[in-house]
Design a binder for this molecule. Structure first.
Ligand code: SF4
Length: 336
């Protein structure tokens, strides 16, 4: 992990974020119904922090990242960026600030203009979005291409670039704007394992010092190796928030997610009552009263006082954390 100076100042503050979609309704036999993609996500990211959103496809992580930047509107909750309300604004009202909040798309090739060279992509971004005069934009663009090892490829068109070079051009466009927040949606997807680390090094190593970064990924080693905190999502909710450098996952779904030898991973039940993982969970039988099936677990703190905060939404993990405190209390009582 690249060391970065961090402060307590919030860059991202998502409060009870929700997003629903309407399905059906086109035919009499297919009634309209609302399904949620995101169901009450809270997320804070501070200056200098790199936070991973992990989960399988359909877990809601990409929707959270898109709503965060205003690429989609939330159905409920609030989005605050850099201390100002961001959701509900018109595009016109957002425009002056949009340059500070940048998105790195998953499909690098699709995001590039087939007719533009690497240099032209970055210069255009700096002039059109960043408002820089052409000469200054040119110098800044060249400096960024140099930092990302693309100076010798300045005239290459997207079809002449490797997958890694295409990613670097999308990164160069974003980083040259000196953003306050970068949300990177699976920026290494489709690359060879040995190229993924260098793309993330280029991204995180070239962030402005006080910028925050949200890395959306399904690659657990990326989350572990490059991020300060990890939020694991299942069925539209955060089910664990953890500093992987300080603790190990406790939620049964997150344990499977982070185990490279686990085989196929159950997806959970999106609209389930109770815990969305109860149909597949090996720990549910240890929770009395059928609680896993009946009651949705909320995030609760399972870390000891003074340790890095560790939150898990699981009845079994909450019971284990509570009983871990009991012997201490008993011991203290006996000594007295
Ligand atoms: S709440 Fe119950 S079903 Fe859900 S993960 Fe925890 S033990 Fe398993």
């Amino acid at each position: 992990m690249i060391e970065r100076p961090r402060t307590d100042k919030l860059v991202v503050d998502l409060r009870d974020l929700r997003k629903t979609f309407t399905l059906g309704g086109a035919f009499p036999w297919s009634p309209r119904r609302e399904v949620y993609a995101v169901a009450g996500v809270n997320l804070q990211v501070r200056e200098g922090e790199v936070v991973a959103l992990v989960g399988q496809s359909g877990s809601g992580k990409t929707t959270v990242s898109r709503v965060m930047l205003g690429l989609e509107e939330p159905s409920g909750g609030e989005v605050w960026l850099d201390g100002a309300r961001w959701d509900g604004l018109s595009e016109r009202a957002r425009r002056p600030s949009r340059v500070r909040f940048q998105y790195v798309p998953q499909d690098a090739m699709g995001a590039l203009d087939p007719q533009q060279s690497a240099l032209e992509h970055v210069v255009e971004t700096l002039t059109v979005l960043g408002g820089h005069p052409p000469n200054e934009a040119h110098d800044r663009a060249m400096a960024m291409l140099e930092r990302l090892g693309l100076a010798g490829r300045r005239d290459a068109l997207p079809r002449e670039m490797s997958g890694g070079e295409q990613r670097r051009v999308t990164l160069a466009r974003v980083l040259a704007l000196e953003p306050r927040l970068v949300v990177a949606d699976e920026p290494t997807s489709g690359l060879d394992p040995d190229r993924r680390g260098s793309v993330l090094e280029d991204l995180i190593g070239n962030l402005p010092p006080k910028a925050a970064c949200v890395l959306v990924t399904h690659d657990m080693s990326e989350a572990r190796d490059w991020c300060h905190r990890v939020l694991a999502m299942l069925a539209g909710r955060v089910i664990e928030e953890i500093d992987l450098h300080a603790a190990s996952p406790q939620h049964p779904y997150a344990r499977v997610l982070f185990d490279p030898w686990s085989g196929p991973i159950p997806k959970g039940q999106l609209q389930a009552e109770g815990c969305p993982f109860h149909g597949d969970c090996p720990d549910a039988s240890g929770v009395p009263g059928g609680r896993c099936r009946a009651e949705r677990p909320e995030l609760s703190l399972v870390s000891a006082a003074g340790a890095a905060p560790h939150w898990v939404a699981c009845h079994a993990a909450a019971r284990a954390a509570a009983s871990a405190l009991l012997p201490e209390a008993d011991g203290a009582g006996g000594a007295a």
